[in-house]
Design a protein around this ligand. Structure first.
Ligand SMILES: *Cc1c(COP(=O)(O)O)cnc(C)c1O
Length: 434
């Protein structure tokens, strides 16, 4: 139930004495007080479109919150209407914030709803967005096509860019904004980039921003879907907002679509003021499913990560394999390895397998898989495999595909929580069929 000063649930405790509780422990109770729901151990699903006010003055006070009149946060002191807030969504948001030690979180009906609402909240007419590349294709569409209709420009840079490159990107963005009569509205990152797996140096972006801007700084947002919230916590490296497609590892069972923004109150308040009128909040049933998912998040991600390590070790040495693009295999002494060591606590379970040959070899491999399913998406309990050049990136021009390393022999794999030995047997068998 909602956390207010007067009715703070007993389970909102995050410490025992000086001992700070781990997120995996807090997922079972944080933010929910059973005594407010008939003693129910688990939060009920609140299937209601609206909430009853105790009196008219309370209704007015709550609307002063929703409209931003009271403190500019868009957050009401109580429940109002299910497009604005709800118990399931609020518990979910409290729990999502825990993983990154964040001030706040907002839930959305999809990762793309989260991303487009964020961009709309921050960028105004004639502003400029700085972004790393490549981005998730739909995110690129939002920035490069939809926002362009409102005069919003962009400057992009390759994910692995150095501090020097970042300095010149910031300078370019500032002069573009001055020319257009707008501001640099935000810095949007995605790390690791899909499907190149290139990591962004968030610390370097943070330093480049500090050097380039004064006064109100453009917020740094980063899509943390691939490694978060377990293996990467970019708020700790200076990002203001961590962006999630909860559809992937957080949901984790390939049975829902949802998204979230996790991070600074100052930025998320602006987003809430846009989400309230536009809609796009996660529905109560999906929020409930996500709370169930969060209880096993660490178990699932840890197991998937360990599986990926074993599978990649097997694939790397196979004679029919050209290369395995896995974050656990970064070259010692390389800039990418340095970023990895500073930013990541695990290599994830999504990687690129380059077979010797071309499309025919990739297709024979995919068609021979027995355990791994042939589907796009990632982060579920089951192992998935796909061919980006022929599927997710089919419409990308050949030149750009080449630049991104999206070749016909590339197979994208997301490892699940099956038994590693069974996955290795499946891949060994499929490689024999190539
Ligand atoms: C899937 C995905 C998205 C979009 O999320 P949806 O939940 O499908 O809207 C955004 N970014 C990344 C990195 C993704 O993998």
């Amino acid at each position: 139930m909602r956390v207010t000063e007067s009715r703070r649930p007993k389970d909102a405790e995050t410490h025992i004495g000086n001992h700070k509780l781990d997120p995996s422990t807090l997922m079972m109770g944080h933010g929910f007080d059973p005594s407010l729901s008939e003693g129910s151990l688990k939060p009920p699903i609140f299937l209601t479109s609206t909430f009853v006010f105790q009196n008219a003055a309370e209704g007015k006070r709550f609307f002063e919150g929703i409209t931003g009149r009271s403190d500019g946060s868009g957050k009401a002191a109580g429940l109002v209407y299910s497009r604005f807030n709800g118990p399931n969504q609020e518990i979910l948001e409290d729990r999502l914030a825990i993983w990154e030690d964040a001030e706040a979180a907002l839930s959305f009906s999809s990762g793309m709803t989260a991303i487009s609402t964020l961009v709309l909240a921050l960028a105004g007419q004639n502003d400029v967005i700085v972004h790393s590349g490549p981005l998730y294709a739909a995110t690129e569409s939002v920035i490069d096509k939809i926002m362009a209709r409102f005069g919003v420009g962009y400057v992009d840079f390759p994910a692995g860019a150095s501090r020097e490159e970042l300095d010149s990107v910031m300078a370019k963005a500032k002069s573009m904004a001055a020319e257009k009569g707008g501001k640099v509205a935000m810095i949007y990152l995605e790390s690791p980039a899909n499907p190149t797996n290139a990591l962004v140096d968030v610390e370097a972006v943070h330093a480049a921003r500090a050097a380039a801007f004064d006064g109100e700084l453009p917020p740094i947002a980063i899509d943390n879907t691939f490694l978060g919230p377990l293996w990467a916590k970019p708020l700790a490296q200076g990002a203001d907002v961590s962006v999630y497609s909860l559809t992937k590892y957080v949901g984790g069972h390939s049975d829902l679509v949802a998204g979230a923004l996790v991070g600074s109150k100052a930025v998320l308040n602006k987003v809430r003021l846009i989400r309230n009128p536009m809609g796009g909040i996660c529905d109560p049933n999906t929020a409930w499913m996500l709370m169930r998912s969060l209880e096993t998040l660490e178990l699932r991600m840890s197991r998937a990560g360990e599986n990926a390590e074993k599978v990649c070790a097997f694939l790397r040495d196979h004679p029919k394999v050209e290369k395995v693009g896995y974050l656990g295999f970064l070259e010692q002494g390389s800039r990418q390895k340095d970023i990895f060591d500073r930013h990541c606590s695990g290599a994830g379970s999504t990687f690129s397998l380059y077979l010797k040959g071309g499309e025919a070899e990739a297709f024979r491999f995919l068609d021979a898989l027995r355990i791994a399913k042939l589907a796009v998406s990632l982060g579920g309990t089951e192992t998935l495999a796909s061919a980006p050049a022929a599927m997710t990136h089919l419409s990308v021009p050949d030149e750009r595909k080449a630049a991104l390393g999206i070749s016909d022999n590339l197979v994208r794999i997301s490892i699940g929580v099956e038994k590693a030995e069974d996955l290795i047997a499946d891949f060994a068998n499929a490689l024999d069929a190539v």
